[in-house]
Design a protein around this ligand. Sequence first.
Ligand code: NAP
Length: 476
Amino acid sequence: MLACVIKGPTFEKAKEQIEKALKYADALEFRWDYFEEIAIDKIKALIKDIDVAVIFTLRKKSQGGAFDQEEEKRLSIIEDLLQTEPDYIDLEFDVPTRFLESVRDNYPKVQIIISYHNFTETPQDLEALFKEIQKPILVHYKIATTAQSSIDLLRMMHFIKKKQKEVLITGITMGECGEPMRVLGKVLGNAFDYASCEKEDTQLHQVDLKTLHNIYHYLHLNKDTRMYALLGDPVDKSKGHIFHNDYFQRHKMNAVYVKLKVTKEELPSFFKELTDLAFDGFSVTMPLKETVMKELDHVDSDAGRIGAVNTLVRREDIWFGFNTDAPAALDAAEEKGSVRGKKVVILGAGGAARAIAYEALKRGASVFILNRTEEKAKLLAESLGCQGYGMDKMSQVAKEGYDVLINTTSVGMDSDELPLEKEYILPNTVVMDAIYNPMNTPLLIYSKDIAKDLVFGFEMFERQAVLQQTLWDQRP
Ligand code: NAP
């Protein structure tokens, strides 16, 4: 069930939030601890016509709530709230047992959710934690912890996948690394998923209702949904989740794509924790494209020669690695004409340059790599069998002429700078930028009136993503 959190703080605001929430949510959680007043008559009037499940919560400060008066006062307000007979009442795991029993006995129609919040970590032994908070009476459970890494997230996923077979349970991981649990809860068997009404910038990393529906197609997710993700650090700026979830939706595939922040150091433990979770494939971005190869069972021969993978496919628990950046970049460039026999100048000597140079050579181009750090250009060129120089060589390269210019540096991503001197952009050439965000980079804007053709970074991005989909789809 998808619960939207209603925080007020006024009844007027709450009405607006309810109206928005009811377009998508199957439940409303009223967080009375955020309200300016708790007036039972107004509450009755507010919930009177609501025909989705209603959860009441009056969370104390020590469990992350906003209610900071004495415990006795809080329990007495909860008693008052119960008189309005919400469908659920959320009570912290440490409320006195006699209070819990009185709620059960006096309000048999109200279901109890026992909640646990940890704002610092995800305890190592979640099973032991569950035993600690478990109650002898029939209740739902909600365990919200803080994910310090994606490994904590995977541990929570395992725990929920197993525990939901025994009890009604909701697992939440807070923090940036925990955010995917907000999307995947339904796939793993969460009793509830909690969404915010609007986009919020808090340490909870709750996902808002619109994003859950419009980007992740939450309604269509179920326990058979296959999971895919982007691995990298950072991943927050990537648009991959928009492209891939839209692709799954358009192709009627029961799959979802999230973003997992994973560092190089975490990779070995990350792959160990994956075991029986239904992740069928990953996209890989900086800084993992090379390091992740150590974790794979098979690396495709082109990717092996490039020395980097950006696509992982899991087939019967065997991990395969591919590089779709390389063909995607050249497919995009060759929309403007074959590169065979052409002179291709690549600016930059990082991962993207390596993939693009490899593929351009494979397709018969003569390749010149120019980079700010000359040594890196030379090393890369030597390993691929082409020419590599520092940027100071650009005047001569331009003088001799070239056919295709490809920027693979990050210059222009968040500045107005060009990656080369203006006069070296030549007429009758194809100019391409690997940067896809922004779409119109300074290089492409400036080249518009000079070059014969432009190739945008998104053309490469979309092609590499479609190639990833094709590889993921070839599952046995
Ligand atoms: P990378 O391995 O970190 O390489 C970055 C390159 O940029 C290096 O050659 C570096 O030169 C150069 N550079 C960085 N800052 C510079 C500056 N201020 N002046 C001059 N050169 C500078 O990164 P990557 O993985 O190759 O990615 C490079 C770009 O390609 C990124 O913008 C990325 O978004 C884009 N990309 C796009 C796609 C797509 O699908 N469209 C796919 C992959 C990558 P030094 O060696 O001197 O440090």
